[in-house]
Design a protein around this ligand. Structure first.
Ligand SMILES: O=c1nc[nH]c2c1ncn2[C@H]1C[C@H](O)[C@@H](COP(=O)(O)OP(=O)(O)OP(=O)(O)O)O1
Ligand SMILES: [Mg+2]
Length: 199
């Protein structure tokens, strides 16, 4: 965040696109793990979003002595007692969005629409060599459709429906999704708090 360059400890291009959409118009450049020659292997074995985001951000701050932002997020479905939660990326198979979405649909096959509510959660953590971590969160409520709709976005976006917009996340532009999403809300909170934290 110094020098108007933000290093994000993510390999997920979908997340990167959403961060870019917010920060680039504000004059920042976004760099991710995919831009590094030797990215560290990061094992996300925390029990909470916060633990995992701290693991990711600290891995880069340790390795490069630099300020780093990490995002750990996931979907919590009420009818499944909060599943897949921190296991969202590896629910059916590791980072296989189609398989993960299909598993979710299978688990909810007999659940009626009004009981298919879910929360998308993001925890963002910023670490720096000489600061305590800055931690912010964002959440949004929606419903899991009975079949996918839309082709934009990533992950569970085609199944996550927002009744107030009559759309899934996969039917929204990046800018539109950022206006309402868990990640968009967390980014706004981060932007509000960052300057005081950095001082
Ligand atoms: O806005 C979203 N729209 C749809 N799906 C989403 C979203 N946000 C997170 N998700 C899914 C993707 C992944 O299956 C899991 C997060 O896992 P999470 O470890 O945080 O991200 P990741 O492994 O894809 O990238 P990385 O850890 O390198 O940042 O929840
Ligand atoms: Mg991950």
């Amino acid at each position: 965040m110094n020098l108007k360059k933000i290093l994000i400890a993510t390999k997920n291009p979908g997340k990167a696109r959403e961060f870019r959409s917010f920060f680039e118009p504000r004059g920042f450049k976004i760099i991710t793990l995919n831009d590094l020659e030797n990215p560290p292997q990061i094992i996300e074995n925390g029990r909470s979003f916060t633990e995992n985001a701290l693991i990711k951000a600290n891995a880069l701050t340790k390795k490069l002595q630099t300020t780093t932002l990490a995002d750990d997020s996931g979907l919590m479905v009420s009818a499944l007692n909060g599943e897949p939660g921190v296991f969202s990326a590896r629910y059916a198979a590791d980072h296989d969005d189609a398989a993960n979405n299909q598993k979710l649909l299978n688990k909810l096959v007999n659940v009626p629409n009004e009981k298919r509510d879910a929360i998308f959660h993001t925890t963002l953590v910023v670490t720096s060599p000489n600061h305590q971590p800055l931690i912010v969160e964002g959440e949004v409520k929606g419903y899991i459709l009975q079949q996918p709709a839309g082709h934009d976005g990533f992950g569970y976006d085609p199944l996550f429906y927002l009744p107030q917009f009559y759309k899934t996340f996969a039917q929204m532009s990046v800018a539109e999704k950022n206006q309402v999403s868990h990640r968009g809300q967390a980014i706004k909170r981060l932007a509000e708090k960052f300057d005081d934290w950095w001082e």
